[in-house]
Design a protein around this ligand. Sequence first.
Ligand code: HEM
Ligand code: HEM
Length: 161
Amino acid sequence: MSFDNLTALKPYLSFFHPITMWILLVVALYAMYLGVQVRRTRLAEGESKKELVKGRFAIRHHQIGSILLALMVIGAIGGIMVTYINNGKIVIGPHLFAGLGIVGLISTSAALVPFMQKHNWVRNVHVSLNLILLGLFGWQAVTGVQIVQKILSQMMMDGAV
Ligand code: HEM
Ligand code: HEM
C-alpha cells in the first residue's frame, strides 16, 4: 500500500506515539498510586479507614484503570500503524514484543476485576500482573526513546530537519 499522500504528516506522526505514551506512563503511575490506596483502605481499621474511604479510591482507581486500558490498546495499535506507514513494514523487535505483552497483561488484569471481590488471591494476581506491566512500560520508554533517536538521525541525514 502507498502512503505518499501522508508524506507531509510523517514527521508529526512519528512523534505522536512517543509523546502520548510518555503521558500514559504518568497515568499508569497514578493508577498504581490509587491501587495502593485501595489496598490501604481495604486493610485499614477504625478511624483511619473512615478517613481513607472518603478518598473513593476504589472507584477512582477503576476509572483511571479503564482509561489506561483503552489508551494502552489504542497506543499499541497506533505504534504499529505509524511504523508501517513510515517503513512500509512492521519492525519486529523487542519494542514490538514488549508492547504486545503489555496489551495482554492489561487486558487480563482488567478481566480479573469481576473475580477480585470474592477471592483475595485474584487481587494478588491483578497486582502482580500490573507490576510486571509497569516494569515493561519502563523498558518501553527506554527502547522507545532509542527508536526516536534513530528516527531523528535518519531525518537529519535526509535533510528533513
Ligand atoms: C498500573 C496498573 C494497575 C495497578 C498497579 C493496579 C493495582 C491495584 C491494587 C494495588 C489494587 C488493590 C488490591 C487490594 O485491595 O489488595 C487494585 C484493585 C483494583 N483494580 Fe487495579 N491496578 C492497575 C490497573 C487496573 C486496571 C486496568 C483496572 C480495570 C480496568 C483495575 C481495576 C481494579 C479494581 C476494580 C480493583 C478493586 C477495587 C475494589 O477493591 O473495589 N486496575 N489494583
Ligand atoms: C513510553 C514511551 C514509548 C516511546 C517513547 C515509544 C516510541 C516508539 C517509536 C518511536 C516507535 C516507532 C514509530 C515509527 O516507526 O515511526 C514505536 C513503535 C511501537 N510502539 Fe512504542 N513507544 C513507547 C511506549 C510503547 C508502549 C507502552 C507500547 C505498548 C503498549 C508501545 C507499542 C509500540 C508498538 C507495537 C510499535 C510498533 C512496532 C515497533 O516499531 O517496534 N510503545 N514506539
